[in-house]
Write a protein that binds this ligand. Structure first.
Ligand code: 4AD
Ligand code: MG
Length: 479
């Protein structure tokens, strides 16, 4: 018999036809003559209630516990109880896999997120995590759908690379050299000519530089791939391995870049609202319960769904770094020395406390900051006429801080070369990149959206480790 999913079954009417449902037991309760089994197969956050009466032997019922996997054949009937319209009256149950209640870590009670992180291989089986990962899928699909509808080509940029796009030097080495007997040059450095690629290579921090090459022929491209950063920041916003969406558009200036970023984020929010209703309802209630435990002044003003709607429907604020700097310097928390890092000198980077002040207190909506001081941004950003700032933009989100970083790119060969020299980026290592400015160079722009930060926003979760299946962070590469 062909399997019916729980999602499908819940949408059907009661009938005489036999159906076969398969899934995992969430809970089992009952009396001598009737057992009620909540069965979930991941197709929806909702369980179907399996009713097992005399047709099912006691031997079978005895070995059914939370976590066991079942194949149930029966009829869909009108539910007697409240809470569901339809339930499955079992005619036969096959236990596909048992789950010993003395050993199975997930019991039908509330587990802490920390506990579930330690059991990341099993946490998919909880309501919260199944909702998160269905939404993560929906967002992946929506990203491709958005760019496809706008005529972008998806480019797969390399994961192993010889260049450091962001120039921050926070890269993971890729090497097949014998660690115990590393070949050395006469100067005593590691001799990478003997390594697999004949040169030093790392895991990429960004696909941007390669995406630019494609954009300067295909016009509009985007990458959506894993990126890696060996930065030792143990925060709720950083992963060592995360996924990034990087569009790159030929002939576009920073204004068009910001328009694209805003349109994309609003599209993704709207997509979630329209296509992830059950999961969002569940997470909305979950967040509401969490907020109740917080002090009043720390509670978020909007619920999860309200917050997503708000972003989908309202224009983002756009200000320059210098305007943001003035606002922050004259702000109450700065004057009263409430910020951990006080805003004094023009030119320093903003910390997340500053970003959150602008977004959550000052403007109460997403903010795009542009034209940052050149010294705190990457070499490839286009220099402004003032010689001090570059055409950068960061999109800041409530509860998240920076969700997007992007810029108009420096298309002028001589300016790019002098920026590279200033920032110690070696010309001979990026000769291919410079070629694009020698041959048919055009103004172009792009940005990078941190996919997990988007998922944080859309799910209302507080820790980035909970929105990627198997997180990679300092001292943590289990599973
Ligand atoms: O601002 P970033 O470093 O920009 C770039 O990599 C550019 N090459 C993008 C481009 O213009 N094509 O990173 C972009 C975004 C950040 O705004 C943030 O959302 C996310 O990537 N991000 C991280 N997410 C999780 N963990 C980390 N360690 C992250 N570092 C950056
Ligand atoms: Mg950034």
């Amino acid at each position: 018999m062909k399997r019916t999913t729980v999602k499908k079954a819940l949408s059907l009417k009661a009938g005489e036809e036999l159906v076969n449902l398969k899934g995992w037991v969430r809970t089992k309760r009952g009396s001598k003559h009737v057992s009620f089994i909540a069965l979930n197969d991941g197709s929806t956050i909702n369980n179907i209630q399996v009713v097992a009466e005399d047709a099912i032997s006691e031997e079978v019922l005895k070995i059914i516990h939370t976590g066991a996997s079942l194949s149930v054949v029966g009829k869909l009937v009108q539910s007697q109880g409240s809470g569901q319209a339809i339930e499955l009256l079992a005619e036969s149950i096959e236990v596909l896999g048992i789950a010993d209640p003395d050993e199975y870590p997930l019991q039908p009670k509330k587990h802490s997120l920390e506990f579930l992180r330690e059991n990341a291989h099993l946490r998919f089986r909880t309501n919260t995590f199944s909702a998160i990962f269905r939404i993560r899928h929906a967002m992946t699909f929506a990203v491709h759908s958005f760019f496809n509808s706008k005529g972008f080509s998806n480019i797969h940029t390399p994961i192993i690379t010889g260049s450091d796009c962001e120039g921050a030097g926070e890269m993971f080495a890729v090497s097949t050299l014998d660690k115990k007997n590393t070949p050395l040059t006469e100067e005593g450095d590691i001799d990478y000519t003997q390594d697999f690629f004949g040169k030093e290579t790392n895991l990429t921090v960004s696909g941007q530089l390669e995406a630019e090459m494609a954009a300067l022929a295909l016009g509009k491209v985007y990458t959506f791939g894993p990126t890696f950063r060996a930065e030792n920041s143990n925060t709720s916003r950083h992963l060592a391995e995360f996924w990034m969406i990087e569009p790159e558009v030929a002939f576009a200036d920073l204004e068009e870049d910001m328009d694209l970023a805003e349109e994309m984020l609003q599209y993704l929010c709207t997509y979630a609202l329209e296509n992830c209703t059950d999961d969002l309802d569940f997470l909305d209630k979950r967040l509401f319960e969490e907020e109740k435990n917080k002090k009043k002044e720390e509670r978020q003003e909007l619920g999860l769904i309200e917050k997503i709607k708000f972003v989908a429907e309202n224009d983002f604020e756009r200000i320059t770094y210098t305007e943001a700097y003035d606002i922050l310097r004259n702000s109450k928390p700065n004057k009263k020395k409430k910020f951990q890092y006080l805003i004094e000198e023009w030119g320093t980077d903003f910390q997340s406390e500053h970003e959150r002040y602008l977004v959550e207190k000052k403007f109460k909506k997403p903010v795009i900051i542009t034209d940052y001081p050149k010294d705190i941004k990457a070499f490839y950003m286009r220099m402004n006429d003032d010689g001090k700032t570059v055409r950068a933009m960061d999109v800041l989100f409530p509860g998240i801080g920076e969700i997007i970083g992007g810029s108009q790119r420096e298309e002028r060969l001589d300016v790019l070369k002098s920026r590279m020299a200033e920032m110690d980026v070696l010309e001979h290592e990026l000769s291919w990149y410079l070629d694009s400015r020698k041959f048919g160079s055009v103004p172009h722009s792009g940005f990078g959206l941190g996919f997990e930060r988007l998922i944080l926003f859309v799910t209302g979760m507080g820790n980035i480790r909970d929105v990627i299946p198997f997180p990679r962070t300092p001292n943590n590469a289990d599973f």
